[in-house]
Write a protein of this length. Structure first.
Length: 572
C-alpha cells in the first residue's frame, strides 16, 4: 500500500538566501507559527522542514550533485519502537508548484507539521518521482518530541559539516558525541546522519553511504549497512558487562563532496556494553537472590534479616536492602556473597522504602514511627536528618532532578514534598485524589504518578502539583508497582487484577496493552535498558520477563529460589 498524500504548509523564506549547495533550510528560512489548534495533553507538534535546492546552472558547477527534476515527493514513515505510528507513511509533495511549498531562485521549501505524543521516534525518508517510484534508498533519522515546539530540518543536498551518531533502537542509549551504552548482548542499530553547516540533516539522493570499522575493543563488530537502509549500522557487542569499544564511521560520496572546504566525512564514537543483573527481594524466604542474563540459571543468594521488601544500588555497585521486620537496612558489597558490610539501625523502625541520591546519601521511610531518615556515607552513625512534619505511614520514596524528596503517606492520604536540606515543613502537600498511596514515580518532566489502592486508580500531577490530577482507572485493580519507559508509557502492576496494564500519554483512555499470561498477584515491576519488563509474582513464586510490545507470553520465567517476591531491581 502506498503512503497517502497529505497537504503541507508553506515555509516562508526570509533574509538573504544561502548559496546553492549549503542547505537553505537553516538560516535561509523560518518555521511559521504553530497551528492555533489545541494540542492534546501529552502531545506536541513536530515540523519537518524540507529544503530542496534547485538544479541550476550555477549549482551544477559545484559539488555535491543536486536533485533531479524527477523528484516530486518524499515518503515519510514515522515509527516508535519499530512500530509505525497510526496514519503513516504519508507522502509530502516537493515541487515548486505543489500546494504548501514556496520557491525561490535557489530552492523550494516545504514542511509537514504533525502532532505526536512526547517521546523518541524514527522517521524513514524516501524521495520519489510522480509515479511513487523510489529515487533514493530509505534513510532513517532519529528525533525526539518534547513539550513545546519541535523542528526537524532536512535538506536534499549539502556539504557535510558533521556526522551524527544516534540510537536506532531502545536498547541503545545516548548520542555519539558523549558515548553510547548498548544494553544486552544482541546486535543493535545506530543511525548515522550527515548534517550541513545550518544544522539540516542531509537526506535523499544527496546523502552519502556509510561504513564503520572497529578502532579499539575486543569482541565488538559492525555490519555493513544494507542497501535499503544505507545509514543504519548494526553494532554487535561481546556480551560482557562494561566492555567498551571505539568505532570509526566514514561517509562516502560518488563525487568530490569530501574535498570541499569544511567538509567532514568521518568521525568516531565510543560505546559500552551493559549487561544488567537482576535482584529479587523474596519476602517468603528472607533472601535477596541475584540472577545474571539470560536469568535461566541458579542465583547467587544473599541472606538478609527479616522480610526484605526493597533494594537499591549505589554508584559503586553496593547493594542496600530494606528488612522490614527487624527494622534494619543492610549493605552488601559486590559480588554479594558475604555478610553485610554495614547494618543501619539507628532511627530505623519498620522501613517501607529507601533510595539514594547522586551524592550517596541514603533516605529510609520508617512506617512504624512516621519519619524519613537520611544517612550520609558510610552510614554507620545516627541520621543526619530526620523528617517528620507531614509524614504519616511513609512508603516508597522518589527524588526529582533538583533533589526534592517525594513521600507517599498512606495513613494521611497525601504525598508530601521536601526541598533540600529537608529540615523544614513540606514545600507542597498533595491530597486531591490521593487515597492510600502505595507507590510513586516521577517522569522526565517531573510529573508525579501515584498508585492509590483505594479506590483503584493512578493519579497524575503536573508541577507544581497544585492542580487537579489526571486519573487513570480503567484496568486498574489494586495498583502496586509503577514504572515509566523512555517514551513516557506507564506500566502498572495490578495485584488483585493479576494484570500489568500499559498506558500511553496523556493517560486518559483505556490501556494500550494488558498483560495477563504468567501473572499471579504481580507486585514489583522494572524495565531493563532494552525495554524488557520484569514482573514479581508474589503468589506465583516467579519473576516473569516480557519483551516489547508485551503482547505475547513471557520470554523467560525465573522460579529457582524465588519465594513470594516483592521488590525487583536491575543494575543501571
Amino acid at each position: 500500500m502506498r503512503p497517502r498524500q497529505v497537504a503541507v504548509l508553506a515555509a516562508l523564506a526570509l533574509g538573504s538566501l544561502l548559496p546553492a549547495g549549503c542547505g537553505g533550510g537553516g538560516a535561509g528560512s523560518s518555521v511559521p507559527a504553530a497551528s492555533t489548534a489545541t494540542v492534546p495533553a501529552g502531545k506536541a507538534q513536530v515540523t519537518f522542514l524540507i529544503d530542496v535546492p534547485k538544479n541550476t546552472a550555477s549549482a551544477r558547477g559545484r559539488s555535491p550533485q543536486f536533485i533531479s527534476p524527477a523528484t516530486t515527493q518524499m515518503a515519510i514513515n514515522i515509527q516508535q519502537n519499530a512500530v509505525s505510528v497510526s496514519g503513516y507513511p504519508v507522502t509530502v509533495p516537493l515541487t515548486p508548484t505543489s500546494g504548501g511549498c514556496t520557491s525561490t531562485l535557489a530552492n523550494t521549501t516545504c514542511q509537514l507539521t504533525v502532532t505526536l505524543p512526547l517521546g523518541n521516534y524514527t522517521a524513514t525518508l524516501t524521495t520519489e518521482d510522480a509515479n511513487a517510484t523510489a529515487l533514493s534508498s530509505a534513510q532513517n533519522i532519529a528525533f525526539t518530541v518534547r513539550a513545546g515546539t519541535n523542528t526537524v530540518p532536512l535538506t536534499l543536498s549539502g556539504i557535510p559539516h558533521a556526522l551524527q551518531i544516534l540510537s536506532g533502537a531502545r536498547a541503545v542509549h545516548g548520542v555519539g558525541t558523549s558515548g553510547l551504552v548498548l544494553y544486552g548482548s544482541a546486535a543493535q542499530p545506530v543511525i548515522v546522519t550527515a548534517v550541513d553547516a545550518d544544522g539540516n540533516t542531509i537526506v535523499g539522493p544527496g546523502a552519502p553511504t556509510y561504513s564503520a570499522s572497529l578502532v579499539t575493543g575486543t569482541g565488538w563488530s559492525a555490519a555493513a549497512p544494507a542497501s535499503t537502509a544505507p545509514n543504519t549500522i548494526a553494532i554487535t557487542p561481546p556480551g560482557s558487562n562494561g566492555s567498551g569499544a571505539t568505532f570509526s564511521v566514514t561517509a562516502t560520496y560518488p563525487d568530490t563532496t569530501c574535498a570541499q572546504p569544511g567538509a567532514v566525512c568521518s568521525t568516531t564514537f565510543t560505546v559500552k556494553n551493559d549487561i544488567q543483573t537482576l535482584f529479587v527481594a523474596n519476602t517468603g524466604a528472607n533472601t535477596v537472590t541475584v540472577y545474571a542474563p539470560p536469568y535461566t540459571g541458579g542465583p547467587t543468594t544473599i541472606v538478609t534479616g527479616m522480610y526484605p521488601l526493597f533494594t537499591t544500588l549505589d554508584g559503586a555497585g553496593n547493594l542496600f536492602v530494606v528488612n522490614e521486620n527487624d527494622s534494619t537496612v543492610t549493605e552488601y558489597a559486590p559480588p554479594y556473597t558475604g555478610g553485610p558490610t554495614t547494618t543501619i539501625s539507628t532511627g530505623v523502625n519498620g522501613p517501607d522504602g529507601l533510595l539514594l541520591d547522586n551524592s550517596g546519601n541514603l533516605f529510609i521511610a520508617n512506617g512504624n514511627v512516621t519519619t524519613v531518615t537520611e544517612y550520609a556515607p558510610p552510614y554507620a552513625g545516627a541520621p543526619t536528618t530526620t523528617i517528620s512534619t507531614g509524614v504519616n505511614g511513609p512508603g516508597p520514596l522518589a527524588l526529582d532532578v533538583a533533589g526534592n524528596l517525594f513521600v507517599p503517606n498512606s495513613s494521611a492520604n497525601t504525598v508530601t514534598v521536601y526541598a533540600p536540606p529537608y529540615t523544614g515543613a513540606p514545600t507542597a502537600t498533595i491530597s486531591t485524589g490521593v487515597n492510600s498511596p502505595f507507590s510513586i514515580v516521577l517522569d522526565a518532566a517531573k510529573d508525579l504518578f501515584v498508585a492509590n489502592t483505594v479506590p483503584n486508580r493512578v493519579t497524575v500531577y503536573a508541577p507544581p502539583y497544585t492542580g487537579a490530577p489526571t486519573t487513570i482507572s480503567t484496568g486498574v485493580n489494586d495498583p502496586e508497582g509503577l514504572v515509566i519507559d523512555s517514551t513516557g508509557n506507564l506500566f502498572v502492576s495490578n495485584g488483585l487484577g493479576n494484570t500489568v496494564t500499559e498506558y500511553a500519554p496523556p493517560y486518559t483512555g483505556a490501556p494500550k496493552t494488558t498483560i495477563t499470561t504468567g501473572l499471579n498477584q504481580p507486585s514489583g515491576i522494572v524495565l531493563d535498558g532494552a525495554g524488557n519488563l520484569f514482573v514479581a509474582n508474589y503468589l506465583g513464586n516467579t519473576v516473569t520477563e516480557y519483551a516489547p510490545p508485551y503482547t505475547g507470553p513471557p520470554v523467560a520465567t525465573i522460579s529457582t529460589s524465588v519465594n513470594q517476591p516483592f521488590g525487583l531491581l536491575l543494575t543501571r
